[in-house]
Design a protein around this ligand. Sequence first.
Ligand SMILES: [Zn+2]
Length: 280
Amino acid sequence: MLTVNVTCVACDGTRPCAECRAAGRALTAAGHHVQHSSRTAALRAALAGTYGFEACIVPLAAGERAVADAAVALFDGQSVALAVDDPAVLPHDLPARFRVIERSAFRAGHLPPDWPPQTLAESKTKAAPARLGAGQDHATRRLRDVGLRQGGRRTKGRAREKPPEAKAIVEDEIAWCKASGSVFSIVLVRAPEADEALMVRLLAGVLRAGDGVGRHDGGYVAVLAGAGARVTGAIMRRLNGALGASKSRFRAFFGAASYPADAADAAALFARASGRLGKE
Ligand SMILES: [Zn+2]
């Protein structure tokens, strides 16, 4: 008997979705102990090294190649089944402990009779202690980038588009940081006399790939992935330099706040950054 985690994108496991229920029934019938979790929770466990399961099933949607890469890097020593509709999302060189099953079969609760393998010699429910090797770090960044692309929030190359609401970006970033233990900062920018196209272009010019820009309360919010106070200060100086170099003359005010050091939710972060707005 093994503990098998059904890693779901649709439900949080407290009220299993149809797919999770079907897989759960099949695994229970085969004598396994079934655990349900959201993808975020499974990722958090993988990063913390507190798996608590010996095998897991990860359903993948089209275009989720990065999630497959992340599973390879993060589920270290686990027996993993990737349930896919489209094999094109799979890396070419899957480790031997990975098994590919058809998503349609998974949906119907049909799992291969020999999966998960019962002879996992080195399998331990306790994984290695928390460590973030280069492979894992890379994988988590890739996973995060997928989230950003799906949300349409990448900065580069999107400078001409109207920025989305900052609240949604910040809430996504908080969810990501809770899952990965990462940090981020926001920089609130108020420039009432500047036109939007110019501001968005200036912001996109100083931000890094993976950072985001959103609108908030008549201003703009730059969301700086993984940035603590030092990086945030450097980016604010660059932004200030870009504003100074711009031919247009207008007043601009900046205020920064960091998660989780300054606040634990989006509204409190905005309030904190707003309270620090100063003329630059
Ligand atoms: Zn589910």
